[in-house]
Design a protein. Structure first.
Length: 108
């Protein structure tokens, strides 16, 4: 079985996902707190090390939960429920069921 390729993201992507500044991510790189490679002059940070790093700093955890992608998750991460309640892009479950039933009835 081939080895799984690690997920790598840029400094700006990391800053946006975790709700911190690019300077904070660069500081972590300088302090050797993150694993990375350089591709054509662009830092690519291993997502695994970024997650581990983000959970060791209280300030980063708070920023992640308030300004980063954590703001869209329920407080208990074990349930893995998203807090997105946008009706425009999330149809009513009953409506989705009716569409599925209509599709089944037209196949006959």
């Amino acid at each position: 079985m081939p080895q799984k390729q690690p997920i790598r993201i840029t400094i700006s992507q990391a800053a946006n996902l975790f709700g911190v500044s690019e300077k904070t991510v660069r500081r972590a790189l300088k302090n050797e707190e993150l694993h990375y490679i350089v591709v054509r002059g662009v830092y690519k940070i291993n997502f695994d090390s970024l997650l581990r790093w983000s959970q060791t700093k209280a300030k980063v955890i708070n920023k992640f939960n308030q300004e980063g992608i954590g703001q869209y998750l329920e407080p208990d991460l074990k349930t893995s429920k998203w807090k997105i309640k946008n009706r425009l892009y999330s149809p009513n479950p009953k409506f989705a069921e009716n569409i599925a039933k209509d599709d089944l009835s037209t196949d006959i």
